[in-house]
Design a protein around this ligand. Structure first.
Ligand code: FNR
Length: 185
């Protein structure tokens, strides 16, 4: 089974990217986890660009998502919501006739230096994904608070966070299997 990870931050030292990099080592046996290309590669959504032809970076992202069994989104919270760049990526993917996001089992994670761990961003993100008919795991929720104390030199080093994420990924594995079985029934 293959999962792909979309990271909502584009900065080099991103804490959310550090969490994304930890996922391959925490995923259940038999699952490969691949981080998708940066959302910074996508132009700002523009209907005129779309009319002239879907940009290569959008097509590549769409194909990678379509080929995966499931999607993980790891994102910071900006102003109590999701970063514009992440919304832009979702907006582009929503425009493709292949509908790469529709029905894709999805897992959300967020991290913040604050005390709420990006919870408000996750709830806004859930609302956006409803429109795209994406099944999202409800619980357990991973919202990593004070993330700067849990990442060292770009690696997630906090053991209790690692264990909690490991448990969430195991629950997601079951969820993906149930979704796939339901889809083929
Ligand atoms: C933030 N940050 C932030 N944090 C938070 O918990 N709630 C918020 O509403 C916001 N708002 C916000 C807006 C903008 C424009 C920026 C740039 C930042 C802080 C943010 O969570 C923090 O910078 C994270 O470290 C960003 O994630 P990465 O880049 O480390 O993955």
């Amino acid at each position: 089974m293959k999962w792909v990870v979309l990271v909502g931050s584009v900065r080099k030292g991103s804490f959310n990217a550090a969490i994304a990099r930890a996922l391959p080592g925490l995923a259940p046996e038999g699952v490969t986890v691949e981080i998708l290309p940066s959302i910074a590669l996508l132009p700002i959504y523009d209907g005129d660009i779309e009319a002239a032809g879907i940009p290569e970076a959008v097509t590549a992202l769409s194909q990678a998502v379509a080929a995966a069994d499931a999607l993980v989104i790891v994102t910071p919270e900006y102003n109590y919501s999701i970063p514009g760049g992440l919304k832009n990526a979702i907006d582009w993917l929503s425009r493709l006739k292949e509908k790469p996001l529709k029905g894709k089992p999805t897992l959300l994670q967020s991290a913040s230096m604050g005390g709420f761990g990006g919870a408000r961003a996750q709830y806004h993100l859930r609302q956006v994904l409803v429109c795209l008919d994406m099944p999202v795991l409800n619980v357990p929720e991973v919202m990593v608070a004070q993330v700067h104390t849990k990442v060292t030199d770009g690696a997630l080093t906090d053991q209790s966070t690692q264990s909690f994420i490991e448990g969430q990924l195991a629950a997601f594995h079951d969820f993906v299997r149930r979704q796939k079985a339901g889809a083929s029934a």
